[in-house]
Design a protein around this ligand. Structure first.
Ligand code: SAM
Length: 306
């Protein structure tokens, strides 16, 4: 039956149909089967994502047909995210290596980076920035790419994630401006101060994790879960961040669906929930002075679960 498939467009259409029929989840790089199949087929053929449409009529060789069909079948049968199957994905318009050592980059923080964190950094001078819980390095490396004057530290507790992040530093040629540090949150950063701290930490609750589709089982659990209500790591960040921020420093953290639990736990803290093209995405901004003013309430909430 697949013998009838010949062109790039044929394989993209076939992949999209297979993915839809199989009821796959598209939560990692794309939100629909056609974009997912386009990513898989083009990357599987070592082609860039922005080739002119005319190339869609190009025919695959026998070897390419076998390779692309095998990728489509693995995506369906094993539920492996497409980024892991082809070893690469895109974040903030930049290509990153991606594999099981770290989560597939997908944070809406990409939109903030592309927009220069406007209006948050408009009046602010940034020299040093931190990407805490960096995984593949995508957020910190993209921040460095978009802001050539910034020095960026990227931090993770996982050796596997850091080895991938270091490969991405080299891949994006930002050595010298991005330093990868192994650290349990701020543990190894004594004496360092940042004008901007950005973090997409683990924030999935245990109940949510148990219900996640098969695609997520291929990602390291260390990158996803963070205690009963998903807030263990976030509270540790809130509790310690003021010591690592410069005087008018800014903290931006993603907590996803745990937004409601955080707002209920610390109602007095003036979290600003950021708006994205597709609406609110559970990402807040907080000034250092707000962290200091509410330090006691934050400490009490953090200690209660330590
Ligand atoms: C949700 S993933 C985010 C990865 C990346 N920032 C992104 O947006 O794709 C969270 C990352 O936090 C790391 N992590 C978990 N606990 C940590 C800790 N205590 N200190 C530093 N990193 C931690 C995990 O290894 C994982 O790579």
């Amino acid at each position: 039956m697949t013998a009838e498939l010949a062109s790039i467009i044929d394989f993209i259409r076939y992949g999209a149909s297979r993915f839809s029929a199989a009821g796959l989840t598209f939560g990692h790089s794309h939100d629909n089967p056609i974009d997912e199949a386009t990513h898989l087929v083009l990357a599987g053929l070592h082609l860039p994502p922005d080739i002119p449409p005319a190339y869609g009529a190009g025919k695959l060789t026998a070897e390419e047909r076998g390779r692309v069909l095998a990728l489509i079948e693995r995506r369906v049968a094993e539920r492996v995210p497409v980024a892991y199957l082809v070893g690469e994905t895109w974040f903030a318009g930049l290509k990153f290596k991606s594999d099981r050592r770290a989560l597939v980059p997908r944070s809406p923080i990409a939109e903030l980076i592309e927009n220069g964190f406007s209006p948050w950094l408009d009046e602010r001078h940034v020299e040093r920035a931190l990407d805490l819980c960096t995984g593949s390095g995508c957020i910190g490396i993209a921040m460095a790419e978009y802001n050539p004057a910034w020095q960026v530290d990227i931090v993770d507790i996982s050796d596997e994630a850091l080895s991938l992040a270091r490969e991405n530093i080299a891949f994006q040629h930002v050595e010298g401006r991005v330093e990868a540090v192994k650290s349990d949150l701020f543990g190894a950063l004594a004496g360092r101060r940042y004008d901007l701290i950005v973090s997409n930490p683990p924030y999935v609750t245990e109940d949510e994790y148990a219900a996640l589709p098969g695609e997520y089982a291929h990602e390291p659990k260390l990158g996803l879960t963070s205690g009963e209500d998903g807030l263990d790591i976030c509270l540790r960040i809130l509790d310690q961040a003021a010591d690592y921020l410069s005087g008018d420093g800014l903290l931006i953290v993603e907590v996803g669906e745990s937004e409601r639990a955080l707002a209920a736990l610390l109602p007095e803290v003036p979290f600003v929930w950021l708006e994205f093209k597709v609406g609110q995405m559970g990402i807040f901004a907080l000034e250092r002075r707000d962290l200091v003013e509410h330090a006691a309430a934050i400490r009490a909430a953090a200690v209660a679960r330590a």
